[in-house]
Design a protein. Structure first.
Lengths: 121, 413
């Protein structure tokens, strides 16, 4: 295994340890806790009244719009981080290229803003 | 031409071909110690929050279990072990059981890249010697440690999101949709304010970022201007779903939010993850902006010099502690935001501010590093203005095309 990946191996060990501990907690609890489910206990909570309709109700589309907008900045982050970490190497040329890229993506945000997509009605 | 940089150094203890017990023992020891720190820290944080909020509200708070009520969290945890674990009949059983893991494991993993100690003063690289091996006081030091943290906080969104969705109930679903929209909105601002730090440090490795903050004036809190720090602090509070951004579990509106249907130890896992995230993200904030284990020297006097090699750890704990207090303070003082205010703050204030500040810093940094001639500066400014103008033209074109299409096809809204 390359040296580069060995550090990630540590992270994997740690992740496995975390999964193990969570599993142990759940397993231990399963061994000691009572289990006496009745029909009433398993009904979905709806402030004490019987649930109406499906649990998976439709939610508003405006949440979805924000998720789409987020993609703009996720793409941006992918390119900004490596550039920011080694900004001197790319100099003025890098700055202008990056400026053009950021402004292109910002156009997307400003467009959404102008069209009122950021307004929470 | 762009010169090739050497591959950033990894933890020196792993840089060996002769694998014997020392490297394995060190890695094992680190895993164990970081794990214990995480769990004990979380226990302490729950107690601390309850105690401080109680103090601010003129109550006593927990004081029965152990000295000063310190063992209250443990008592609550043990109680939860003996509680019945209910899985609602309309839930998606597999995802319902998976979600607590998705929340809990990333919360822990953030700890693995935080430098927990070591001597970074005077340009030292923070390595220590254990069992005759040179190593770092952090579990792993990947060259892109900061990206790893961002990736993990993205995975944590899945935990919340799937927990709410799989419950098959309305309040959790609402809570999880709110949570995912809020967390991704503020993640954008978080990332952009982070970019300013990366630019100042010139590296993505967490130990490298700490090493870059040697003097007080090098602390990224000051060297990037205070703006990225403030943006990061606000975005992080929202990312953690802490008050005043706790719309995800706004009790008055949606009961418990995404964990309404969870009971027993599954609920405890979410609870643990939430508080562990508070501590680990505070540690990240300290690492990025306040120099992590770097001492705050008064003249040349180091407050924790008496602790010797543990001085760095003591400084880190002190700084983290400060931010834990700030979070509790936020909770006790600030009323919860409305959802539209939350979105406006994220998209219309924090993101433009963070992005604008980042570009400003980039231009300043380049101006400092390259001694451009007078002509060079003028050309640079002109080119930038041309790019800005082109962007504006593109924008107006997009608006007019959209309007034309709407007129032709009839507006949907």
């Amino acid at each position: 295994m390359s040296l580069f990946l060995r550090d990630y191996l540590n992270v994997v060990w740690f992740g496995l340890a975390a999964v193990l501990v969570a599993g142990l907690l759940l397993g231990l609890a399963a061994a000691v806790r009572p289990s006496n489910p009745t029909r009433e206990k398993l009904i979905a909570y709806e402030s004490g009244v019987n649930p109406v309709g499906m649990g998976w109700s439709q939610s508003q589309v405006r949440y979805y719009v924000f998720a789409l907008l987020f993609v703009i900045f996720d793409v941006e982050a992918v390119f900004i981080f490596p550039w920011a970490a080694s900004i001197e190497r790319y100099g003025a040329f890098g700055l202008i290229t990056m400026l053009a890229f950021i402004i292109l993506l910002l156009d997307g945000l400003v467009y959404a803003w102008k069209r009122g997509l950021l307004r929470w009605v | 031409m762009i010169a090739m940089l050497p591959v950033p150094a990894v933890d020196p203890v792993l840089d060996t071909e002769s694998w014997w017990w020392q490297p394995l023992a060190i890695v094992g020891l680190k895993v164990l110690v970081v794990f214990i720190i995480g769990l004990v820290g979380t226990m302490f944080m729950v107690w601390f929050e309850r105690k401080i909020v109680a103090g601010m509200q003129n109550r006593i708070g927990p004081d029965k279990a152990g000295p000063f009520g310190l063992l209250q969290t443990l008592a609550d945890g043990i109680k939860l072990f003996f509680k019945e674990d209910l899985i609602p009949e309309r839930s998606d059983r597999f995802v319902f059981k998976l979600a607590p893991f998705l929340a809990f494991v990333p919360a822990f993993l953030i700890w693995s890249v935080i430098p927990l100690g070591g001597d970074f003063t005077d340009g030292r690289d923070g390595t220590v010697e254990w069992f005759g091996q040179i190593t770092r006081v952090q579990l792993a030091d990947p060259p892109v440690g900061v990206l790893l943290v961002l990736a993990l906080s993205s995975i944590a969104v899945y935990g919340v999101m799937l927990a709410g969705w799989s419950s098959g109930s309305k309040y959790p679903l609402l809570g999880s949709v709110r949570a995912s929209a809020q967390m991704i909105s503020y993640e954008a601002a978080l990332g952009l304010s982070l970019a300013a730090v990366l630019m100042a440090a010139g590296t993505l490795s967490t130990s490298g970022i700490v090493a870059a903050q040697d003097q007080l004036t090098d602390w990224h809190l000051l060297s990037t201007g205070v703006v990225p720090f403030v943006v990061f602090l606000i975005a992080m509070t929202a990312e953690l779903n802490r008050p005043p951004f706790d719309l995800v579990e706004a009790e008055q509106e949606i009961v418990g939010g995404f964990h309404t249907e969870y009971s027993s130890i599954r609920f405890a896992l979410f609870f643990l993850a939430e508080f562990m995230n508070v501590i680990s993200m505070s540690a990240l904030l300290v690492t990025l902006f306040l120099g992590g284990p770097q001492p705050l020297l008064i003249g040349s006097f180091d407050l924790f010099a008496v602790l010797g090699p543990f001085g760095g750890t003591a400084w880190l704990l002190l700084k983290v502690f400060l931010f834990l207090y700030v979070y509790v303070w936020f909770r006790a003082t600030l009323p919860r935001l409305r959802y539209d205010q939350l979105m406006d703050l994220g998209w219309k204030v924090l993101i433009p501010v963070a992005l604008g500040w980042f570009l400003l810093l980039a231009a300043l940094q380049l101006g400092r590093d390259n001694d451009l001639s007078q002509v060079g500066y003028v050309t640079l400014v002109i080119v930038c203005l041309v790019v800005l103008g082109l962007g504006y033209l593109l924008f107006t074109a997009a608006i007019s095309v959209a309007r034309r299409n709407r007129d032709r096809e009839g507006a949907a809204y």
